[in-house]
Write a new protein. Structure first.
Length: 114
């Protein structure tokens, strides 16, 4: 259990993964609440992928280079929401701003039917 916070971007090691699941070490956004993060050994994350040749939509949110400490424009994959053990969490890169988190919240609601 740790002091990770919602909206932080951390590198995550999701492997082993299968099928359509996100693979290899990559930046992810913490979307679980601080209460959950402090009382569980898990964290709920949304992985990021390179934005090249990809379009933003309600479930795929653009995160511009430098936001959250990212080195390139990226897409937050709300349709790949995943619980990971906090052991998989690595380097903190930065934080996502409130406007982007609001879009991610809408994406999560669309994916989860909330």
């Amino acid at each position: 259990m740790s002091s990770i916070k919602r909206g932080e971007v951390l590198e995550v090691h999701p492997d082993p993964s299968v099928g359509e699941e996100i693979q290899k070490k990559r930046p992810c956004i913490i979307v679980s609440s601080e209460t959950f993060n402090q009382n569980s050994n898990l964290a709920v994350v949304i992985p990021l992928t390179d934005a090249d040749n990809k379009k933003e939509d309600i479930m795929h949110i653009m995160v511009l280079r430098k936001e959250g400490g990212l080195s390139k424009n990226s897409i937050a994959l709300c349709d790949q929401v995943k619980a990971v053990d906090q052991i998989r969490l690595d380097t903190k890169l930065g934080n996502i701003n409130a406007t982007t988190m609001s879009k991610i919240d809408k994406g999560l609601r669309a994916v989860l039917g909330l």
